[in-house]
Design a protein around this ligand. Sequence first.
Ligand code: ADP
Ligand code: MG
Length: 387
Amino acid sequence: MTKTLENLRAAFQKLYGREPRFFRAPGRVNLIGEHTDYNDGFVLPMAIEYETIVAAAVREDRKIRVRSVNLDEAGEIDLDAPEIVRRGSWLDFVEGVARILERRGAKLRGVDLLIESSVPSGAGLSSSAALEISVGLALTESSASPIDKIQLALIGQAAEHEFVGAKVGIMDQYVSALGRRHHALLIDCRSLEATQIPFAAQDAAIVICDSKVKHELADSEYNTRRAQCEEGVELLKEFLPGITKLRDVSVEDFAKYESKLPETIKKRCRHVVMENERTISAAKALKNNDLAEFGRLMWLSHASLRDDYEVSCRELDLLVEVAQKSRLVLGARMTGGGFGGSTVNLVPLEYVDEFTEKITTEYKQQTSIESAVYKTGAADGAGEMTF
Ligand code: ADP
Ligand code: MG
């Protein structure tokens, strides 16, 4: 048992006076396939080695008592009392998962929970999905009411929609639930079919650089982009009658008809059509252990997000530029919605330390901002921790 777990177990015993079981779910990073999800396209995330652990023991009643070590806050939910929706705190995630599980047929027992996470919160590594999935697993397993991982992911997403009020896609919960060590997960956001893509980590690591900035624009621009994609589909339908989403437009067809689109719509659609193609190619490259090709596609993805989709920002561009100039990485790009957040870098193992040093120093010099850097391989999705 690791030190973290020993401490968590000791804290649990002190708090609740019983012996817990432990459940975990990881955060995630998207390697490629950005702004493709709501266009019914492809994404290629992986689970990371930063995770949320839930210690749990059943109670005789139907109460969920829960404490977060990270926030040093506690709360209580009575499953037989009326639901509370969007109270505006982290308890929304816990309540949401519990209530949606029950609505979909699980009969939950009361539990005492103690939660501790190494996923940085708000860095774009989906601490929220890690929380939903680890809590969902703890609740169902403690109630001897197991559910499959895909259902668990969908319940996490529904909880975030309804109880938190965040209109998120399915990627985060999917990969947190279904991720596999040494694999990335290619997700078809239309069929929800997911394919494990081997990502042998003996040669390179993923290094995530958090720019620590978050520009105001993010939400409004996100909605604008979604609308622009829909407008593109409407315009292209005249020439391609069968399409419903940009996912349906091939690179060849797009080349044929792009001149019919207004300039801005054309750029937005070009990003999505090309990014879908890049994501499929990247999955193939990864499978073939062609990390150079994977890296090349990452650079292209960033350029496309910067120039065509216009969702990058000065800080993200700087992080990618420093990475490129350093010649220490195989590929780098912004990851997540944009206008701040993190970049993801594919770095040969022997350069990881040098790169980390370089990127933090140069970023600090040019922006006066202290970035945060996380090195990781591809981790397993959610599960019970056994010893
Ligand atoms: P991200 O998912 O990118 O980290 P979100 O804003 O979606 O950012 O989710 C962060 C929120 O999730 C936090 O503000 C908090 O409400 C909740 N959360 C995540 N991890 C924990 C934790 N260990 N304890 C309590 N709440 C957590
Ligand atoms: Mg989140």
